[in-house]
Ligand binder design. Structure first.
Ligand code: UN1
Length: 502
């Protein structure tokens, strides 16, 4: 691991003065009067990115009331007019992609290229949902009765609570907020308190695009505020991406309230490298899946299953890449991996790795050691690969960092059984050109997203995204699948009267 975090205070070329945080409630920006929130740069934790005060319950009540009041008018606004606002928001995101992308990198820790790419991806998501107005809005069925038609139409649900994680500060909010608004819902949004600045930027884009007052409110707060939002009597549905433990408690709360809920939670995604695979290609993809965004994606590759005949060769390729990775300040040119999102996350992941490497059957192949360098005092972790002789907590627990656990498989059958050996089932990757193995993977690997010869991460706006097993609950996200959650169907029986004298 080459290290590159220097002490250049202007690295990345963005203005490094601390920004002010604000909430958006009923169309007005306000500073809030809760506890102070200090938003810091995870690469240099003494550097403040933004500062502000948390929202309070009163702000929450006002935001929900504003969303309720705005709902009928927004739902009755022609879909094309709603779409034009989303399109304009996409333009604002694109116009600001370089600066907001750098801010994203500064605040969250992914590289600047990933930050800029994420802002552009959010724009693409807004464009997709802007054009939703031009697609069919329902279905017409034949009726068994003469003269009648049966229409199935989609109506917005109402006020949607949106609770989002730190790891994609604009893309995940975009793929929840864009469909919610496109289909005519109003939104109260609580982002992760680790990334409030990018939340403010996304809300600014929507305000600049002309979103009417109250249609979107943004509240910056901690987990307790998120819990109160989810259970608020004025909320009709809840969409959440984040940890499995929080997701399960939100599902339980929504179950008690009979409130629709959609959650995207943990992953422990496997890449399977079969004996016939293109090993160079597979090494590049597994490496990207494991270490881009410092492994902080629910779709990241955190388990590798490699066929015994090619295991030594493949692991040599992979560890060579990992040990050459440039870790450092994500705003600096040439950095390939930044820090994880906080010192606390760094310490927790490091502890799990330390504990693991003390157990028999766990062999450290590369990385795994804390940095002992005063330029690397931020939340940095070494890209780490461990080989496991058998089952181990490192095989099961989602660490949400740059740690890859490897096991060897005798044959295709054992490889897929190992891939399925997890409570999670978000994504998987299989590296092979063998058509039979591809067919078997498609049938047998129990995940929501399967990649053949590409990394486990990634999602396109027009196709369903979401996991199997304990990775998700409720309808899928993205593409047309999002309509299942953000609308309710109404089945309308249309039978003209038989009167003739009108
Ligand atoms: C991606 O793989 O590019 O929280 C997106 C997450 C997922 C999104 C992954 N919901 O990491």
């Amino acid at each position: 691991m080459r290290q590159s975090a220097g002490s250049n205070a202007t690295a990345g070329g963005i203005d490094r003065s601390a920004r002010s945080l604000r909430h958006l409630v009923a169309g007005q920006w306000r500073t809030g009067d809760g506890d102070e929130l200090l938003d810091v740069n995870p690469a240099r934790p003494r550097e403040t990115v933004a500062v502000g005060q948390l929202a309070k319950d009163r702000d929450l009540d006002q935001a929900v009331t504003a969303a309720r009041d705005a709902f009928p008018r927004w739902a009755a606004t022609p879909h094309h007019v709603r779409g034009r606002i989303l399109d304009r928001a996409a333009d604002v995101l694109d116009a600001n992609a370089e600066v907001w992308g750098a801010e994203l990198s500064w605040e969250e820790g992914k590289t600047r290229a990933e930050g800029v790419g994420e802002v552009r991806r959010a724009a693409e998501i807004f464009r997709y949902y802007a054009s939703e107005a031009s697609r069919p809005v329902g279905e017409i069925f034949a009726s068994p009765r003469p003269g009648e038609q049966i229409h199935v139409i989609h109506r917005p649900v109402g006020v949607v609570a949106v609770v989002t994680p730190f790891n994609f500060p604009v893309a995940i909010p975009a793929w929840k907020i864009a469909p919610a608004l496109s289909y005519g819902n109003t939104v109260v949004w609580k982002p992760a308190s680790l990334v409030p600045l990018l939340a403010v930027r996304l809300a600014e884009a929507l305000v600049e695009a002309g979103l009417p007052e109250g249609v979107l409110s943004l509240l910056i707060g901690g987990g307790a505020l998120g819990g109160r939002l989810v259970e608020h009597p004025g909320v009709d549905a809840v969409t959440f991406t984040g940890s499995t433990s929080v997701g399960r408690s939100l599902i339980a709360a929504c179950g008690r309230l009979a409130r629709p809920v959609q959650t995207e939670m943990g992953g422990k995604n496997a890449a399977v490298v079969l004996a016939d695979a293109d090993l160079e290609l597979a090494a590049g993809e597994v490496f990207a899946g494991a270490f881009r965004s410092a492994g902080q994606k629910c779709t990241a590759t955190s388990r590798l299953i490699v066929a015994e005949p090619v295991a030594d060769e493949f692991l040599a390729l992979l560890t060579k890449r990992a040990s050459a990775l440039r870790v450092g300040d994500p705003l600096e040119e040439g950095t390939e991996m930044g820090p994880v999102a906080s010192l606390q996350a760094r310490d927790e992941i490091q502890l799990s790795v330390n504990a693991g490497t003390e157990r028999p059957g766990v062999e450290l192949l590369t990385g795994g050691r804390p940095y002992d360098d005063d330029r690397m005092t931020g939340a940095f972790l070494q890209p780490t690969v461990v080989e496991l002789a058998g089952d181990d907590p490192l095989w099961r627990e989602e660490l949400f960092g740059p740690v890859l656990s490897v096991r060897r498989a005798r044959d295709v059958e054992e490889a897929f059984a190992l891939a399925n050996d997890s409570e999670f089932g978000l994504s998987a990757a299989v590296f092979t050109d063998d058509l039979r193995a591809v067919a078997a993977a498609t049938e047998q690997v129990d995940v929501g997203v399967l990649h053949i010869n590409s990394e486990t991460a990634g999602a396109d706006p027009h196709v369903p995204f979401g996991g199997a097993k304990q990775s998700a609950y409720g309808p899928k996200e993205q593409g047309r699948a999002a309509r299942d959650f953000f609308t309710r169907t109404k089945t309308v029986y249309v039978r003209p009267s038989e009167r003739r004298d009108q």
